[in-house]
Ligand binder design. Structure first.
Ligand code: SF4
Length: 301
């Protein structure tokens, strides 16, 4: 069998052991060389180019709901953490009088979510979980989907290393949102950072308000490809007298700034591209924010 192995950056160092094992079983094995950004980024183009019969995608679980037209095996990478490290955080919440939280974590730690819930329970805190819209597992948060935290609790906890997943909760309006590092038990109250993030989004909207021509960004990555939505956005912009161009690419980077006639971007690809706003010379809004821009123009008329 011709098998294509796909690893995110942090796991590429493990590729040789899997390749050797599969080759010994009589398979022909190929490795995806480029960066892999998430579960949405299945290497279908590469698989087609080399005639692969199967993709093994490491580090994420299933994200794409439609059939990719090729056998795909997902190998989520489980990382075992010492749950007792989270005791200090649970105690701090208890002392603050918190009795109920919403909790979510990333795919690497989702197998220990019940242990985490039990730890909070022992401290008299009920930990609520929910299955998000895009995630496969209950309580799983993605960089583009924090809907697992849409629960009836005013304190939310995202157990993840770094802020990337935690900041996906930027449009959730709750009293306190914490990120909790599962490797060392350190926590961070994110309220101010989330507020800054929201302000940046408003700033981008105001900057795009005066634009006359728009680049609508479409990524061909299977889980990000939103061509129909991009074409509708183009129509809506043109109805309001704007010029709009659909820019299509697998990877979207600052080379789009060379389309100098474009004043602002509407991103239909990974919604977290707006985090990299400083990499682009023009304001960028996410497709989910376009309706607000249209309303702003329509109100003015
Ligand atoms: S769309 Fe972005 S945030 Fe969502 S899985 Fe893909 S890379 Fe991650």
């Amino acid at each position: 069998m011709r098998i294509l192995l796909q690893f995110p950056e942090g796991l590429k160092r493990h590729a040789s052991e899997y390749a050797e094992r599969l080759e010994k079983q009589g398979n022909e094995v190929f490795l995806v060389a480029r960066s892999t950004y998430g579960a949405c980024d299945l290497a279908l183009e590469e698989a087609k180019a080399i005639g692969a019969e199967k993709i093994v995608h490491f580090g994420h679980n299933r994200y794409i709901k439609t059939s990719p037209g090729i056998e795909v095996e997902y190998v989520p990478w489980k990382i075992e953490v010492d749950i007792s490290l989270l005791k200090g955080f649970a105690k701090m919440l208890k002392e603050k009088g918190v009795r109920k939280i919403g909790i979510a974590t990333t795919v690497q730690h989702i197998h220990q979510l019940n242990d985490m819930k039990r730890l909070f329970d022992k401290n008299g805190i009920k930990a609520l979980t929910k299955k998000g819209k895009m995630a496969l597992e209950e309580g799983q948060v993605l960089g583009c989907d924090a809907s697992a935290l849409d629960v009836d609790a005013e304190t939310l906890v995202i157990v993840a290393d770094g802020n990337f997943h935690a900041l996906s909760a930027f449009d959730i309006d709750k009293k306190d949102i914490y990120s909790l590092n599962p490797y060392n038990g350190k926590w961070k109250l994110l309220n101010e950072e989330l507020m800054r993030f929201r302000k940046q989004r408003k700033g981008a909207l105001i900057a795009a308000y005066g634009a006359k021509s728009f680049g609508i960004l479409v990524s061909t990555k299977p889980g990000q490809f939103r061509m129909k939505i991009a074409e509708n956005a183009k129509k809506e912009l043109e109805k309001r007298g704007k010029r709009a161009y659909v820019l299509v690419s697998n990877i979207i980077d600052s080379s789009i700034d060379n389309f100098m006639f474009i004043d602002a971007y509407v991103n239909t690809a990974c919604p977290r591209m707006v985090d990299d706003k400083d990499s682009y010379a023009k304001p960028m809004i996410d497709i989910s924010e376009l309706k607000n821009l249209l309303k702003m123009w329509d109100r003015k008329d």
